[in-house]
Design a protein around this ligand. Sequence first.
Ligand SMILES: Cc1ncc(COP(=O)(O)O)c(C=O)c1O
Length: 334
Amino acid sequence: MLHERFPRVELSQWPTPIEPLDRLSAALGGPRISIKRDDFGSIAMGGNKLRKLEYLLADAQAKGCDAIVTSGALQSNHARLTAAAAAKLGLECHIVLIDEVPDRRPAYYNSANRLIDDVVGAEVHLVRREDSLAEAVTRCTEQLQGQGKSPYVIPVGGSNPIGCLGYVACAREIVEQERVLGRSFTHIFVVSGSGGTHAGLLAGLHLSKSTSELIGATISRPVEKQRPIIEALVDGVSALLGIDAAAKSAIRLDDSMYLPGYGLPNDASREAIALCARYEGILLDPVYTSKAMAVVIDDIRTGRFGPKDDLLFIHTGGAPALFAYQEMFSRTAS
Ligand SMILES: Cc1ncc(COP(=O)(O)O)c(C=O)c1O
């Protein structure tokens, strides 16, 4: 068992539910769609990073570290959840945030995830677009070491082999839920960003001998740049688990919705947000899940699936970021 082999702290309640999206399926005239609610979580509005942080923060504690350093974009969900989870465990937390998305309104800089970072008491270090995020992380880490502290550095998105373990566990959870439901999902859709979620699921589905096809929707890069990132993470997590890395042959990526680029919604992703909200009352986020759902919607409309297909969409969270993009979704904002 994963939990016995690797230290883990519990940050939320598992399993997350799988729910039907019947009204959305009917509106699209498509096959059955279900949603796994990994946007639920006990801490600071939840999201996929909690599963990774259960293993990463346990590793930090096992190594005797007393401060956490992580990094990401200014509206990073990962930074928000790292800061909140560190607060719960009594660890000092530094988040290094880069202002990389162009043409944002004031809410982007002071609301949503960025606001929660302050509420949970993280030390925020801001980096200008033209400066190096990696160098700023090194500077912050060295400063803490200079103060006699023992910092633990978590990479962008929590995506390293240890972080991937959270999604190995999620894959096993899905397979168990399939057994209980008496169903077998033909296709599972997930966001492929910094890649730990996608790679962990691949390794976990492989371990469980699942026949589901896992499709990773990219949100910041074309397939040829995303594939080596996922391959390296599958190699890393497979080595950690002591299994072969055959899951690499199951990497499927779809980059049809990532443009105009990271953090920049498009017409299809905005429509995905509207459809999920108005047919199901479910909030997707403007950076990640809306682009993955746009892939699902487009695949259904272009007739990719038959009536017997059974789709699972993994909701990885991020809806707090809607508040940072209010000009795109509010009927009153100008
Ligand atoms: C809401 C949300 N969904 C999906 C992802 C992508 O997960 P990963 O970075 O593991 O690819 C992220 C990453 O930040 C996220 O915040």
